[in-house]
Design a protein around this ligand. Structure first.
Ligand code: UDP
Ligand code: MG
Length: 176
């Protein structure tokens, strides 16, 4: 069966609550393998591009502050970005992550166990997980350059001696 890849972000609340180990242990139930990982200080541009489908939502401002780490103190102004690969990777990780709303998430899922709703109304749900193959491709190309992924997951081309994704899903080749 065809393998697919998915983007996972351990969000600033997950880092602040010291949940990295717990989250990775839970994700290991999916029996996938890691092809990329890094700590990222999220810029305005990266936050807006990542969540562009939600730009019209009333919680968008708070959401971009959240992913940039502006709600969790200076030491947590970052996220841990991971790319996992394997059969049905997207559905398996979404399933372990649980529903977007932590109150509706299955209680033993990652979001059900560790998420909360803030008084401002944002779902602090400790991880992001891509929800479709198209979204995974867009997001992985947004967050990672080809050199940062240890397998050939999408076609690449040479641009002045540098490997770049052959096609991008938006204008942002590599976030500032
Ligand atoms: N979100 C929120 N309130 C909502 C919907 C979404 O605070 O009513 C936040 C939440 O942190 C969520 C993120 O926005 O993870 C992205 O929303 P999306 O609908 O893409 O959910 P996801 O794919 O993360 O489950
Ligand atoms: Mg989503």
């Amino acid at each position: 069966m065809k393998e697919e890849q998915t983007l996972i972000l351990i969000k600033p609340d997950g880092l602040q609550k010291s949940l990295t180990g717990n989250i990775l242990t839970k994700l290991s139930e999916a029996k996938l393998y890691i092809v990329g990982a890094k700590v990222v200080k999220v810029s305005d541009k990266l936050a807006y591009t990542h969540y562009k489908h939600l730009a019209k939502e009333p919680f968008f401002d708070e959401l971009t502050k959240y992913i940039k780490g502006e709600l969790h103190g200076k030491k947590y102004r970052r996220v841990l970005a991971l790319v996992y690969r394997g059969e049905k990777a997207i559905a398996k990780v979404r399933n372990l992550a649980g529903a977007t709303n932590p109150e509706e998430a299955e209680p033993t899922s990652i979001r059900g166990s560790y998420g909360r709703i803030t008084t401002e109304g944002v779902y602090e749900n400790v991880i992001h997980a891509s929800s479709s193959t198209e979204e995974a491709e867009r997001e992985i190309k947004l967050w990672f350059s080809p050199e940062e992924i240890v397998e050939n997951i999408y076609p690449v081309k040479d641009k002045g001696g540098e490997k770049v994704w052959e096609t991008t899903c938006e204008d942002t080749q590599k976030p500032a």
